[in-house]
Design a protein around this ligand. Structure first.
Ligand SMILES: [Zn+2]
Ligand SMILES: [Zn+2]
Length: 242
């Protein structure tokens, strides 16, 4: 079935959006070189690159408490990747999700395994957005990661119950508070709680990490629902010092 779909809809390079012949790498090797991997000098908590590799935490994380304990990201959110993300989220390029997940694993497979998570959970989008877009981009990445790691994926563990507008003028604290009000445990959380099977450690997945407010809000809702350990994974992240 996968092969048939490839013939009907040939995969596109996530960087230049060019059609790729079946059997060749999804991303042109020369296109991949245009992206900036996060590398080893990164914040232990959010995964953001840090200028000084002796620093354990980035400037933002050093100055605040967080409900998640560790995080990694594959690429710096800039240049070609920024445009790729726009197509992934708004132009129907759902197919990029698999490649993004594979890129996360390429740099961080060992770290993800070390976390000993019980489940993978995507950051939710509001159902209105889901209807417009046809998919939740974070879920596509989470789905591939869960399959590769042999973990269950809970699509409706967190639910976004309210449509929020971008809140650039608010402080981080206010943004987190607003976003927490927009999130609630979904049907998977209720089902697992009823069976006394609430996961202890989860990997929370999103496409982009910028201020971290969304991931923080989701993590707090997960904590309140009884999840003890929260680890975050994103496809790309702001560099923090640009
Ligand atoms: Zn390309
Ligand atoms: Zn950080």
């Amino acid at each position: 079935m996968g092969r048939l779909l490839d013939l009907l809809y040939p995969p596109r390079c996530p960087v230049c959006d060019g059609i790729r012949p079946v059997g060749e790498p999804v991303c042109h090797p020369e296109c991949r070189k245009k992206l900036t991997p996060v590398g080893d000098a990164a914040c232990m908590r959010c995964g953001k690159p840090v200028a000084d590799d002796s620093a354990e935490l980035c400037y933002d994380c050093a100055g605040r408490e967080s409900a998640f304990s560790r995080g990694v990201s594959a690429y710096v959110y800039e240049g070609e990747l920024r445009e790729s993300m726009v197509r992934f989220k708004f132009r129907g390029r759902a197919e990029y999700g698999t490649w993004y997940a594979q890129e996360i694993l390429r740099s961080h497979r060992e770290t993800l395994a070390k976390w000993r998570a019980d489940a993978v959970i995507p950051v939710p989008i509001h159902r209105k957005k889901f209807r417009e877009r046809g998919y939740n981009q974070a879920e596509l990445v989470a789905d591939e990661l869960a399959g590769e790691l042999g973990l269950p994926l809970y699509r409706d563990y967190l639910r976004r119950n309210r449509y929020t507008v971008p809140q650039k003028e608010l402080s981080n604290r206010e943004r987190v508070r607003n976003l927490m009000r927009a999130m609630e445990p979904g049907s998977d959380a209720a089902m697992l709680a009823e069976r006394k099977m609430t996961p202890e450690r989860v990997i929370l997945v999103d496409d982009i990490y910028t201020t971290g407010s969304t991931l923080e809000a989701c993590s707090r809702v997960l904590k309140a629902a009884g999840v003890a350990g929260i680890f975050i994974v994103t496809v790309c992240i702001g560099s923090g010092y640009t």
